[in-house]
Design a protein around this ligand. Sequence first.
Ligand code: A2P
Length: 272
Amino acid sequence: MTEQKPVTETTATKVPTLPDAQTVTQVTHWTDRLFSFRVTRPQSLRFRSGEFVMIGLLKDDGKPLLRAYSIASPAWDEELEFYSIKVQDGPLTSRLQHIQVGDQIILRPKPVGTLVHDALIPGKRLWFFATGTGVAPFASLIREPQTYEDYDKIILTHTCRDVAELEYGRQLVESLSDDPLIGDMIGDKLVYYPTTTREESPKMGRITDLLTSGQVFQDLGITGITPETDRAMVCGSLGLNNDIKAILEGFGLREGANSEPAEYVVEKAFVG
Ligand code: A2P
């Protein structure tokens, strides 16, 4: 893949006019497959870091076309951020990828999801396992103060096909030490473990293989995952989610939910 520099566009916000409409305030194209964007936040919207909402555009017939998107910004942010794949023949993202600053999108202000602190019982280490755009809920959670209040160590693993696809997450992690709100809280608690599968990089391989071989523990100089100390959140493709679930269950962790917190939770990264 040819190397691409992210292109960011930003300007002052306009007032939305459609019901449930929010105005785009920033768009960044990371690769020809990935982009992120920020929109105004409805004043009434309260959500827990890690949750998702339905967003979309109006179709030609005037009806909304909506998809589930994890909110990539933390609960305290004045705006909302999203991170999306571009599917050239995808019903929504084929159009959404062309949004520009000042455009409006539809956002249903009903946040839901299982990748929330409330769905886990207390522990010492928290793992975030992401592939591709599955890093979005963790982009929110690594900016959430509670993450650092509740855990001694937070390990974000992100596996992508190539190096350019890691860039959104990498830049975010790098920016956190200077963050006025949580920079001091993070200290050396946050560990970032990026891997690629189809392009040469310092760490190659699927996270599933790196877990089962024990390589990730060796690389990070830490003990293996146990139900006594470790909690995990997983967000990727269906295949990734199922494979990590099996690995975590093998380590003795049980799946939790909002109604019944346990040691790990899973959510599918949404595409379309
Ligand atoms: P791979 O290149 O070996 O398929 P995608 O861009 O297709 O969503 O994939 C994102 C990343 O997730 C890729 O690096 C891909 O590796 C990896 N991946 C896909 N399925 C699995 C799985 N079942 N277990 C582990 N990694 C996976």
